[in-house]
Write a new protein. Structure first.
Length: 278
């Protein structure tokens, strides 16, 4: 079958199952299976697709129909202009998280710093920062051993293995070192709101990385408390937060004598990132 027809057919199938990004998803999945850039599918749309590729494509499209995220089907997600390995043990990196990275690299440009990433997951935050701060080193911790293994894979793929340490750790028990920068994208969705998330998220992404307790602040409180002890004087704490959490998180930070330096907004003018210092 001709490539153009294959994509159109898959896109139509996904659309019929109410997947809004049907055309993009169809292209991303096929480009991954064929191991080519998505753009080349458009410029070479008369190529004949082999039966072997069609079999793999049909299986992948059926997975997407069940709402499995494209990132889990392909095993990767682009973030900060790099492809990160992801799987069901890690969250799929979101564009809004890049706000946090953009802000902190401007604070520490051309400096040598020590970084701690709490709840590192795929390692995408820490590794993206280290990609920009060539003289710095970092540690990522997570309670999931599978997530830590994934982060290690990403550090090797990005040639950052020698500047990173990834460890399985319960945050409550972590008391190693002092840091110039602590970053975290902790679980911040209130437990009662989990059921309202899309099927792509509820059925496939790790709940432990989403559920922030009754008010969504359980892990945020722990990160702030621990940062109070692990952060160097004049160091920075960069936190990603959920919708409508700014006032409560700001209050918690003030209670621990953190001083807010900056807040970053998403495209809908919601505060999604707070940068503070001691």
């Amino acid at each position: 079958m001709i490539l153009e027809k294959v994509i159109k057919q898959a896109s139509k199938t996904l659309k019929n199952h109410n997947i809004h990004s049907h055309e993009l998803d169809a292209q991303l999945i096929l480009s991954d299976i064929m191991k080519v850039k998505r753009e080349s599918l458009i410029t070479n749309n008369e190529v004949v697709i082999s039966e072997k590729i069609m079999e793999k494509y049909d299986i992948a499209i059926r997975r997407r129909i069940k709402r499995e995220p494209v990132a889990y089907i392909t095993g990767k997600k682009e973030f900060w202009s790099e492809n990160f390995t992801v799987n069901h043990a890690t969250l799929v990196p979101r564009p809004e998280t890049e706000l946090l990275i953009y802000k902190v690299i401007n604070f520490f440009k051309n400096k040598r710093i020590n970084i701690l990433d709490i709840g590192t997951g795929s390692g995408c935050i820490l590794l993206s920062i280290l990609k920009e701060l060539n003289f710095s080193r970092g540690t990522g911790i997570d309670i999931s051993s599978k997530a830590i293994e994934t982060a290690k894979i990403n550090s090797k793929n990005l040639n950052l293995f020698n500047r990173t340490k990834f460890k399985v750790f319960d945050l409550n028990k972590y008391n190693i070192g002092k840091y110039d920068l602590i970053v975290s994208n902790p679980p911040y969705i209130p437990s009662k709101d989990i059921k309202n998330l899309s099927k792509d998220i509820i059925n496939f992404e790790p709940r432990a990385a989403l559920d922030g307790g009754v008010d969504g602040l359980d892990l945020i409180k722990k990160v702030i408390y621990k940062s109070n002890h692990l952060l160097k004087r004049n160091g920075l704490l960069a936190l990603e937060i959920g919708l409508n959490q700014y006032n409560k998180v700001s209050s918690i930070l003030r209670n621990y004598r953190f001083r807010e330096i900056s807040k970053e907004y998403d495209c809908n003018r919601n505060v999604r990132c707070i940068i503070s210092t001691k």
